[in-house]
Design a binder for this molecule. Structure first.
Ligand code: SF4
Length: 196
């Protein structure tokens, strides 16, 4: 289906609000593809808040709603807040999957604004140094993106209930150990996810 705004995976409802992203990761699921697990995620235009809410359907049946999709959700943090507020009013758990560059993307610290409506934030750490992150993710902001991502994670700890830094298992044991230390120092959880 074209222009998929919401899609279901493993009992969770995923929300695709934008195709904008400040990274161009080598491993991005968008590379050369139009769909992810059968859902077409390129948008002809970004949906309005009302269109997103209309696409949510009967949210009560889902264990969690996740802002994710083919892009970086926090480009639209104001709209994410509006939709997340609606979801919280319905008693649904909310999560944002982000590249962690919101401080640079928005030019401000938005953590206090999103925190009341978000239960979990998953920040893609991806690598253990700024140089390696740059090679893998090609951020438009350059190496400062990695340090900003770590700052953003620090800002989230203590304000958002669950703060997760994630890496993909293919980076190897050594780096997984380093990532564990980075997460621990920040006070975040580390999630090692399978490459798909
Ligand atoms: S941050 Fe996410 S959406 Fe953006 S290029 Fe990387 S994997 Fe793709």
């Amino acid at each position: 289906m074209a222009n998929t705004i919401t899609y279901e995976l493993d009992g969770k409802l995923y929300i695709n609000m934008t195709n904008r992203c400040s990274n161009s990761c080598n491993f991005c699921v968008r590379n050369g593809k139009d769909e992810f697990r059968g859902y077409y995620l390129w948008l002809d235009k970004e949906p309005t808040v009302n269109e997103v809410i209309a696409a949510l359907g009967d949210v009560a049946t889902y264990k969690e709603a996740v802002f994710c999709g083919f892009g970086e959700p926090l480009y639209r943090y104001n709209d994410v807040i509006s939709v997340a507020k609606y979801l919280k009013e319905k008693g649904i758990k909310t999560r944002i999957n982000t590249n962690g560059q919101a401080l640079l993307i928005t030019g401000e610290n938005i953590v206090d604004r999103i925190a009341p409506y978000i239960d979990t934030i998953n920040i893609s750490l991806n690598e253990v140094t700024a140089e390696e992150y740059n090679k893998l993710c090609h951020p438009v902001f350059g190496e400062v993106a990695y340090y900003s991502l770590l700052d953003f994670a620090r800002c989230c700890v203590g304000k958002i209930k669950r703060v997760i830094l994630s890496i993909v298992d293919v980076i190897g044991e050594d780096k997984i150990e380093k990532a564990q230390k980075i997460a621990q120092d920040i006070g975040a959880e580390l999630r090692v996810r399978k490459y798909e």
